[in-house]
Every structure is written in structure tokens, then in C-alpha cells.
Design a protein around this ligand. Structure first.
Ligand SMILES: [Zn+2]
Length: 213
């Protein structure tokens, strides 16, 4: 089993990179999605996680590890994973190293998407979503034909409250704070593959496809 870890701030194009890698045969593993599924199914793990989230806490390292271990137990030997949202803390990174030693898992690279904060704020704060069909537009990059109206169904376009510039800046600060120790950890191991994510998503996608093809 092989895995690639994806690190990148909101707005850096993690979705684009994930798509490119899925096309190359990687299974996209989003711990956030896995967790929502556990909560929906009300598994013991999901119930425990929901309790923490309701209290405004992050999900514990144990819960994240249980999900990843469960996943690896059911995996084929030749499977390739893309970890998105894991590891999130140094403790999780160290536990991942333990899995690498005990489960025959190879950590191929840690993709680090780098983009100046001002650009991320511009990308994120211009986002608009159709209230009816969920189509996503952007004031600068992908504007609708008629201002505030969805091209597909005439639905009203709204900005999410967490896409407002000030909230976006706060989210980016939190990301930087939490991720810095992980970046150092993997730099030291020589595993960081840094990608200039300030370029167009097409260019980033192409680079990833070439590197991990
Ligand atoms: Zn629509």
C-alpha cells in the first residue's frame, strides 16, 4: 500500500489535485467525509466524535487513527491512497509513522499546496453558490451571465458567511498555525513536494498528473 498526504489551505485547489490523483488510481480518503458518515450512521465512533464537535472541540487523535486503521485493514496490498485532512496534528503524523512501520505502508510524498494568503482570500471570498442547484460561481473567475442569478436554473446566488473575507483570513490563520509543525516534520524527512498553487488549477492539475502518473 502506498499513500500520498495532501496539505493545503482552503482555496488552494485541493479538490483539483484530488481529482487528478483519483484519475491516476488513487483512492481519495477524506477523514472529514469519513467522520460525517460515521456520525450519520451513529456508530460508537460517530457518537463520540459528534459529542466533541458539539462542544466545539476538534476530533481527538484517537478517533482519526481508528478510522485510518480500519481503512487500512480492509485495503488491498496494491492500493494507493490520497490522505486529505490526515494527519492534522504532530501526534497523528507520529502515529502514521507507526502504521508505516507495522502495516507495510509506504508514504510516497506529502504534497504541499502553497499560495499567498491575499490570493486565497480573493478566491474564497468571491465565491457564490446557487441556492437551488448548488452550482458554484466566482465573481472574478467564473461570474454568472446575469449578476446574482444562476445560469442553469435562474436560482438566487448567495455568498456563504464563512466565505466572507474576514472569516476567510481567520480560517487561513488557523490553518497556518496548525499545519506549520507538520510541514517542519515532513521537511525534515525529505518528503515535502511543494506545488505553486497560485497558478491556474489546470496548470496545477497537469503538474500533479505528470509527477504522480
Ligand atoms: Zn442553480
Amino acid at each position: 500500500m502506498t499513500t500520498v498526504v495532501l496539505l493545503g489551505p482552503p482555496g488552494s485547489g485541493k479538490g483539483t489535485v484530488s481529482e487528478a490523483l483519483v484519475e491516476k488510481g488513487f483512492s481519495h480518503v477524506s477523514t472529514g467525509d469519513m467522520l460525517r458518515e460515521q456520525i450519520r450512521l451513529k456508530t460508537p465512533l460517530g457518537v463520540e466524535a459528534k459529542k466533541r464537535l458539539d462542544q466545539g472541540k476538534f476530533v481527538s487523535d484517537d478517533i482519526a487513527m481508528q478510522m485510518i486503521e480500519g481503512l487500512l485493514e480492509d485495503a488491498d496490498v496494491d492500493q494507493k491512497f490520497l490522505f486529505d485532512g490526515f494527519p492534522r496534528t504532530l501526534v497523528q503524523a507520529e502515529k502514521l509513522d507507526e502504521l508505516i512501520r507495522t502495516k507495510n505502508l509506504i508514504l510516497e510524498a506529502v504534497i504541499l499546496l502553497e499560495c499567498p494568503n491575499d490570493q486565497l482570500v480573493e478566491r474564497l471570498s468571491g465565491r457564490q453558490t446557487c441556492e437551488q442547484c448548488g452550482a458554484v460561481y466566482h465573481l472574478s473567475y467564473k461570474p454568472s451571465a446575469v449578476d446574482g442569478i444562476c445560469d442553469q436554473d435562474g436560482g438566487e446566488l448567495k455568498s456563504r458567511t464563512d466565505d466572507v473575507a474576514e472569516t476567510v483570513r481567520k480560517r487561513l490563520e488557523i490553518y497556518t498555525e496548525r499545519t506549520a509543525p507538520l510541514i517542519d516534520y515532513y521537511l525534515e524527512k525529505g518528503l515535502i513536494h511543494s506545488v505553486d498553487a497560485s497558478r491556474s488549477f489546470e496548470k496545477v492539475r497537469h503538474d500533479i498528473a505528470v509527477k504522480f502518473g
